[in-house]
Design a protein around this ligand. Structure first.
Ligand SMILES: [Zn+2]
Length: 142
């Protein structure tokens, strides 16, 4: 584990190739690729792969906040409270994030701001017992 990258080192409105992102964040390209495997979304339609600065900021904030305060199994990370909170009605949207992860998005039951966490697809059935997944168009069952 090296030092933490500063999410503000990238501009939210710009997109970066992996090498550029690595340079901006003072990390190796391998680290950025690991982040992608871990859930950092890339704009997959394009080559070379581009990552939006907003996605990088979002990913890093969630990552570091998750490691700071381990989320309980029934919590999302609220961006306003900056800690784990149960989502309102335990309802979350399950949004495909990349090949291995989903992003769960809900409303903080404490303050009403948006709250999210990234989970691995393998663990989705487990989380489905805790959260109520709102249908997001497709209705695949477990
Ligand atoms: Zn909150």
């Amino acid at each position: 584990m090296g030092k933490r990258a500063n999410p503000m080192a990238v501009k939210a409105a710009l997109s970066y190739e992996i090498g550029e992102a690595a340079r901006m964040l003072d990390k190796s390209p391998a680290t950025i690729r690991n982040w992608v495997k871990d859930g950092l979304p890339i704009m997959a339609q394009r080559r070379p792969y581009l990552i939006s600065g907003a996605a990088i900021r979002d990913y890093l904030r969630t990552k570091y906040a998750n490691s700071k305060s381990q989320l309980a199994f029934n919590e999302l990370l609220c961006m306003a409270c900056r800690q784990g909170r149960k989502p309102f009605n335990m309802e979350v949207e399950r949004i495909p994030n990349n090949a291995k992860t989903y992003r769960l998005k809900g409303t903080c039951g404490h303050c009403g701001a948006s709250a999210a966490r990234i989970i691995s697809i393998d663990r989705a059935p487990e989380f489905a017992q805790t959260f109520r997944f709102k249908k997001g168009g497709d209705s695949d069952a477990y």
